[in-house]
Write a protein that binds this ligand. Structure first.
Ligand SMILES: Cc1ncc(COP(=O)(O)O)c(C=O)c1O
Length: 391
């Protein structure tokens, strides 16, 4: 039996009915949303709009037109970053971000900087993955317009302090973008209470939808600062080629992945009535298994609570320069215990220097989600023990 502990990449298995919701939409309706007045196209529209409203409620957005569907987290972050860079009309601005960011933030920033559209500073984190808000404040310059923050690290699970970062943004009158890829669905997020101007997240991780959706929230007042990345069919004003199209319809140019949106809707409805998962016991079991072995070490802090970490644990060989690479550990976990977990640098290009995990090829990462089971965690603990015995 397969034990899947890679929810930080994408959640699996999906909650009950989620796959069927997508298949059933495709089989019984299957029409394009926003493209026709006939009944099934309107039905597709209803699926999209009701899912949008669920997302609006989930993140506390004031208006549903502040949320656009994308295909994944990477797409939504790119739409935000390049949108802001291109929308600045040739006036470069400065961004403060952190070393904990995913490459879907770091690479667009690097590319935009290479083209002279912006400059950026990545603030270091400590060996637990925590970013000190004082360091963020020190990095702000007169030309800084944006703070980009990864809410929860996809390597250590550490949750950053949004309120402290927002205070810095307020002090300097700058905007805040949050990458909630690892937090939405795990932690409550309220964009208005937290003063978040832009929020990006995939629909297929903590929210439980199938692959193929992401969301981008942009506060109404900010929307005109973003230039479109792509433009084409929007289903409205079709006789016009150079119109004043709405921000949301531009982001959603082209046909939406309505089957995946139908799945996301089902997942979010399921989540509302499902009992919340308390990850504390599982986290403790994993920490105990890792600590019981002289061969492994937890990356980052051992002191974990639901307020400080999402359910992600990274592990390395205790002697980090032993030549044992994280990829080899992952292969052993699968072959010896049927545990599927991810190894490597986890598309996080800068954090490993601070974590001292470069020479060991990154980390072995165990990540849980709402459909994880106790026996997945037991299998992972046994896997750690078995691998340790042969090292
Ligand atoms: C922190 C973070 N941001 C962004 C992404 C990109 O999301 P997606 O895989 O949906 O493109 C990920 C994916 O793992 C992530 O961990």
């Amino acid at each position: 039996m397969r034990h899947y502990l890679d929810h930080a990449s994408t959640s699996w298995p999906k909650p009950p009915g989620v796959i069927e919701a997508g298949v059933s939409f495709q089989a019984s309706c299957g029409a394009a949303a926003g493209r026709g007045g006939y009944r099934s196209s309107q039905e597709a529209d209803r699926v999209v709009q009701s899912t949008r409203r669920l997302l609006q409620e989930t993140i506390g957005a004031a208006h549903s037109d502040e949320i656009a569907f994308c295909t994944n987290g990477t797409h939504s972050l790119n739409a935000a970053i390049f949108g802001l860079a291109l929308g600045s009309m040739g006036k470069p601005f400065h961004v403060v971000t952190t070393a904990t960011e995913h490459n879907s933030v770091l690479r667009p920033l690097a590319l935009a900087a290479k083209r002279g559209w912006l400059t950026w500073t990545a603030v270091e984190c400590d060996p637990t993955g925590r970013v000190d808000p004082a360091d963020v404040a020190d990095a702000v310059r007169p030309e800084t317009r944006w703070l980009f923050l990864n809410h929860a690290s996809n390597v250590t699970g550490y949750i950053q302090d949004i309120a402290a970062i927002r205070e810095i943004a307020d002090r300097h009158s700058i905007h805040l973008m949050i990458d909630a890829a690892q937090s939405l669905g795990y932690l409550p997020i309220d964009v208005r209470d937290s003063g978040i101007d832009i929020l990006s997240a995939p629909g297929h991780k903590g929210l439980g939808g199938t692959l193929g959706t992401g969301l981008l929230y942009v506060r109404r007042e900010i929307q005109s600062s973003l230039a479109p990345l792509l433009i084409g069919g929007t289903g409205e004003l079709s006789e016009t080629i150079d119109g004043n199209f709405s921000w949301q319809s531009v982001i959603e140019s082209g046909n939406l992945n309505v089957p995946a949106i139908a799945s996301l809707k089902c997942a979010m409805e399921w989540k509302r009535s499902a009992p919340g998962t308390d990850y504390s016991l599982w986290i403790q079991q994993l920490l105990d298994a890792i600590n019981a072995s002289s061969k492994f070490e937890v990356v980052g802090s051992q002191r974990r609570s639901l307020h400080s970490h999402v359910p992600i644990i990274s592990v390395v060989a205790r002697s980090r320069n032993s030549g044992l690479l994280s990829q080899e550990l992952a292969m052993m976990m699968e072959s010896m215990a049927n545990v599927e977990c991810r190894a490597g640098f986890h598309c996080a290009g800068l954090i490993h220097k601070s974590l001292n995990t470069t020479d060991c090829g990154g980390t072995l990462r165990l990540s849980m989600g709402q459909t994880s089971q106790a026996d997945d965690v037991v299998a992972a603990c046994e896997g750690i023990q078995r691998v340790a015995e042969i090292l």
